[in-house]
Ligand binder design. Structure first.
Ligand code: AP5
Ligand code: MG
Length: 215
């Protein structure tokens, strides 16, 4: 079993690299952003509470997120391990995660931060789109499907773009990251578990850097 946290600002490549590591390590990606978007789409109470905060680029309450992750980690598909993508995002979330893992007798094997330049993140996020059928991620310039308009993985021909993937929201998300999430790097640095990789390198190169750490 391998349990990993991937840290980094919006657009750093957490989702992109989690998908690669899922295949390499046979573990599962747990993206709190994806979980919240599914709640919003389903119109659940949790989704309705989260929607406005997400649209504004702010952070959803710690309690809501911690409860969501705690339940998710208990599911069978997490038995081989998980990659936390987008969680923890505040120091209270990191502290709660520590307690939660101890209660479940689980270890944290790696905390890896993708370091990037903020300015490049706006282009990365605004050019991002996903296959509407299987959720595979693409980018207008940096990660095109082999055949234009056709998903490499499932052959789907419909794609969607995130409602919060516009310049204004990305800037608000970057601000929230620096104010509320960046202190987590210090938190894990002090525990001595934090490693950093260059997230500005090409996608395949970043994957190789991660593989060197986790394997
Ligand atoms: P979330 O969905 O987690 O968004 P985020 O953290 O802002 O991160 P992104 O998904 O935008 O970026 P990413 O690092 O995954 O980059 P990606 O791989 O897609 O959260 C959304 C919202 O939900 C939050 O704003 C908040 O409101 C709420 N939320 C979620 N979790 C929460 C929590 N724990 N607490 C409170 N609130 C929470 O890459 C981006 C693009 O760049 C892609 O198109 C990709 O192809 C391309 N790309 C990736 N790597 C490279 C590279 N090396 N070179 C060139 N292009 C690249
Ligand atoms: Mg993501």
């Amino acid at each position: 079993m391998t349990n990993i946290i991937l840290l980094g600002p919006p657009g750093a490549g957490k989702g992109t690299q989690s998908k690669k590591l899922e295949n390499i390590l046979n573990v599962i990606q747990l993206s709190t952003g994806d979980m919240l978007r599914a709640e919003v789409a389903s119109g659940s109470d949790l989704g309705n509470q989260a929607k406005d905060v997400m649209d504004a680029g702010g952070l959803v309450s710690d309690d809501m997120i911690i409860g969501m992750i705690s339940k998710r980690v208990d599911q069978d598909d997490c038995a081989q391990g998980f990659i936390l993508d987008g969680f923890p995002r505040t120091v209270p979330q990191a502290e709660a995660l520590g307690i939660m893992l101890a209660e479940k007798s689980l270890n944290l094997d790696h905390v890896i931060e993708l370091t990037v330049d903020d300015e490049a993140m706006v282009d990365r996020i605004c050019g991002r789109y996903t296959c509407a059928k299987c959720g595979s991620g693409y980018h207008d310039s940096f990660q095109k499907p082999a055949q234009e308009g056709v998903c490499d993985k499932c052959g789907g021909k419909e794609f969607s773009r995130g409602v919060d993937d516009n310049t204004d929201t990305v800037r608000a998300r970057l601000k929230a990251y620096h104010e509320q999430t960046a202190p987590i790097s210090t938190f894990y640095g002090e525990i001595g578990i934090l490693k950093q990789v260059d997230g500005m390198a090409e996608i395949e190169n970043v994957t190789r850097q991660l593989e060197n750490i986790v394997s």
